[in-house]
Design a protein around this ligand. Structure first.
Ligand code: NCD
Ligand code: ZN
Length: 346
């Protein structure tokens, strides 16, 4: 096969940042995807529905004319004191597509996150009643839990109970990194789904330490052992509706990654489709690529499928070492590597 055309895909987990970085990155996502879920973890988190509406305007203003049809799908950041009425109203108004649970301290800009999940039971009840999805960063944060175990422990301590307590709540277990998470999602009912990033399909934890510390392979949840990567590849490429595309593209300036305390996050938006398709190709599962990229996500969210198509061709090309310049110079995922697929410009 030397060309593949699929229905226009969506990205169900992205970080678009704000200010200059927003302008520098959003068109990479908008070029490949019709819609993207936008995470609310700005330096000042997007908590109120009105903040999400204002952020959506800033995102739209940063789009180049050829990407004007791109639709940012906004989320709000759940806190211990979140107002359930505002969340429900934001959803009814078409501003908020979903709400995000960050356990406090789990990742970049998550200090205002939830300290005890019981604090958000009232808002979860409302979301369950109105069919608004809950997106979960599924890691415990206690220092006594090994960083490589935090996702599995989250399932046992928090997620299993949460899903039982709110059986009609739509839950997306975001950017899953373990076989434990794959098994949990498969065993749960149809309202529990998961997104999978390209990096967790390509790398295991060795990549972070190969030949020295590699900050551009570091994200949260951190990549795990090879057995987990293989379970994720099987889950993504098997054609199962519960697993769909969510890049977790998380740009940080090169200097912020390459520092003594480098930020977590991998900037994969520029070649996201190419990166995923390489995996489906290697697994001999290209026939399942469209489901993962373009069909399962909208079905889960209850949104229409996109019109239009994107085409990728099989041509080897090299991913650039850096993208952009100045304060927003970034290093993309796969920098300097050769990749076999390339999106054909519309
Ligand atoms: C994300 C970021 O930089 O905002 N980082 C990451 O490693 N994925 C936050 C997140 O999604 O955890
Ligand atoms: Zn993320």
């Amino acid at each position: 096969m030397d060309r593949i055309t699929i229905r226009t895909p969506d990205d169900w987990h992205t970080h678009q940042r704000d200010g200059e970085m927003l302008k520098a990155v959003v068109n990479y996502t908008a070029r490949q995807f019709r819609r993207a879920i936008v995470m609310p973890n700005l330096v000042d988190p997007v908590i109120k529905s009105a903040d999400a509406a204002a952020y959506r305007d800033r995102i739209r203003a940063a789009l180049t004319p050829e990407n004007a049809g791109f639709e940012p799908l906004m989320t709000c950041y759940l806190t211990d004191t979140i107002d359930p009425d505002d969340v429900a109203q934001g959803h009814a108004d078409g501003v908020l597509t979903a709400a995000k649970l960050y356990p406090a301290g789990a990742t970049t800009n998550s200090d205002s996150g939830v300290t005890d999940v019981a604090n958000i039971f009232p808002v979860l009840e409302r979301m369950e009643a109105i069919g608004m999805p809950l997106l979960i960063h599924g890691e415990v944060t206690s220092d006594d839990i090994d960083i490589f175990d935090r996702e599995a422990v989250f399932i046992d301590r928090i997620l299993r109970d949460l899903v039982e307590r709110f059986p009609k709540l739509k839950v997306v277990f975001e950017h899953i990194t373990t076989k434990d998470a794959v098994d949990f999602v498969k065993e749960s009912g149809p309202l529990v789904a998961a997104t999978i990033t390209p990096q967790h399909l390509h790398i295991n934890r060795n990549a972070i330490f190969k030949g020295g510390i590699n900050p551009h392979q570091y994200c949260l949840p951190v990549a795990k052992r090879e057995l987990h990567r293989l379970a994720l590849r099987e889950a993504a490429t098997a054609g199962t509706a519960k697993f769909f595309l969510g890049t977790d593209t998380a740009p940080h300036a090169q200097h912020a990654k390459e520092s003594a305390c480098g930020c977590a996050g991998i900037f994969n938006a520029p070649y996201a489709l190419e990166s995923y398709l390489a995996v489906f190709d290697e697994e001999d599962a290209i026939e399942h690529f469209e489901g993962f990229a373009s069909l399962h996500g909208p079905a889960f969210y209850g949104l229409p499928l996109n019109e239009g198509t994107v085409t990728l061709e099989c041509v080897e090309h090299e991913i650039p070492a850096t993208i952009g310049g100045g304060d927003t110079l970034t290093v993309p995922f796969h920098a300097g590597e050769t990749i076999r697929w390339r999106m054909v410009e519309a």
